[in-house]
Design a protein around this ligand. Structure first.
Ligand code: F6P
Length: 365
């Protein structure tokens, strides 16, 4: 294998705390230790399609470890294999992958580091099959990627959501209300489960365990009987009632993955107010979970994954993504990340622990 001289780096999909820490780690290791040139591709795959890139200097990646967002910009809608083009009043999808691949050649890239979730890494896998030397870094607050035990960004999102639960506790208690906190997570309940347990939520609703509203009402009444005249519900945006479906907030027409979830918190608060007689309020935490500075855990994880990605490139191990498994930094095949979300397994010990301390998942008969 020819020794790489120049690598590209892009950040696709939704942003999350820790992306800049990965960019910094990749660029610093590549430049300082390996003497490589580093090209930052702007706005995810859009930068390859529309040729937006810039050479990164050490000064560009200095001081960004603690910074939220991404200095390169991101895009959730730019898929080279399904690129949205406006045709009159409608949107059609075109395959512009040849243009994207030509950019990799024209930018002089010997390898491309793609930082992203299942969508971005799925596209990276297709680019690999089309001859591009790709390695991945798994990123998402949702923590739902296969092949890695934890994604960076998750710990930061959980810490923000936990603070929200803590704050809702005091106001719920003061007004004897039910407070429903809706958190992100897409089709997986990792954020709701971890923030719910960390914040001592009374009821945690996750997509993996369809809920029965009667079970939630029973839990609220049981708390009433014990003198606890308030309840905290932490609900994942993708949670579903038994036999029902998710609540959709919006369809993004020009995205290949077009469904945006959201709104279940308000549905539940209305139902619970009617069925329990408790005043109820809903709070949707939304993008607050994606913004701001990463936690120390995420900074450390992001740094390790970025360094690992450069090692993969230097060893010619394309088609792999940096990963953490059983506490060790390692790598996994890219296609695993593209093979659908990693949901919470129903035998996860944390579910049992939460039930042991009296948490309801809305499924008790
Ligand atoms: O995948 C990350 C995520 O934040 C999900 O938790 C959420 O469902 C989605 O992205 C929100 O997307 P958007 O930024 O397009 O509103």
């Amino acid at each position: 294998m020819k020794r790489p001289k120049t690598i590209g780096i892009l950040t696709g999909g939704g942003d999350c705390p820790g992306i800049n820490a990965v960019i910094r780690a990749v660029a610093k290791k590549a430049m300082l230790e390996q003497g490589l040139g580093v090209i930052g591709i702007e706005d995810g795959y859009d930068g390859l399609i529309r040729r937006k890139c810039r050479r990164l200097a050490l000064s560009d990646v200095s001081g960004i470890l603690t910074l939220g967002g991404t200095i390169l910009g991101a895009s959730k809608i730019s898929n080279p294999y399904q690129y949205a083009v406006r045709k009159g009043t409608s949107v059609v999808f075109r395959d512009v992958s040849r243009r994207a691949i030509a950019s990799v050649r024209d930018f002089g890239l010997d390898a491309l580091v793609c930082i992203g979730g299942d969508g971005t890494l799925g596209i990276a896998y297709r680019l690999l099959q089309d001859g591009v030397n790709v390695v991945g870094v798994p990123k998402t607050i949702d923590n739902d990627l296969r092949g890695t035990d934890i994604t960076f960004g998750f710990d930061s999102a959980v810490s923000i959501a936990t603070e929200a639960v803590d704050r809702l506790h005091t106001t719920a208690q003061a007004h004897h209300r039910i407070m429903v906190l809706e958190v992100m997570g897409h089709r997986a309940g990792w954020i709701a489960l971890h923030a719910g347990v960390a914040g001592g939520g009374d009821i945690i609703l996750i997509p993996e365990i369809p809920y029965a509203i009667e079970a939630i009402v029973r839990k609220v009444r049981e708390r009433d009987r014990c003198g606890k005249r308030f309840s905290i519900v932490v609900v994942s945006e993708g949670a579903v009632p038994r036999g029902g479906d998710v609540v959709i907030r919006k369809i993004v027409k020009n995205a290949s993955d077009s469904v945006r979830l959201g709104g279940i918190g308000f549905v539940l608060a209305d139902q619970l107010e009617r069925l329990t007689g408790h005043e109820s309020r809903a709070v949707v935490l939304g993008h607050l979970q994606r913004g701001g500075s990463p936690t120390p855990f995420d900074r450390v994880l992001a740094t390790q994954l970025g360094v690992q990605a450069v090692d993969l490139v230097m060893n010619g191990r394309f088609g792999r993504m940096a990963a953490i498994q059983d506490g060790k930094i390692t790598d996994a095949p890219l296609e695993i990340a593209a093979a659908g979300p990693r949901l919470i397994p129903l035998d996860l010990p944390l579910l049992g622990a939460a039930r042991s301390v009296g948490t309801s998942f809305g499924d008790e008969t």
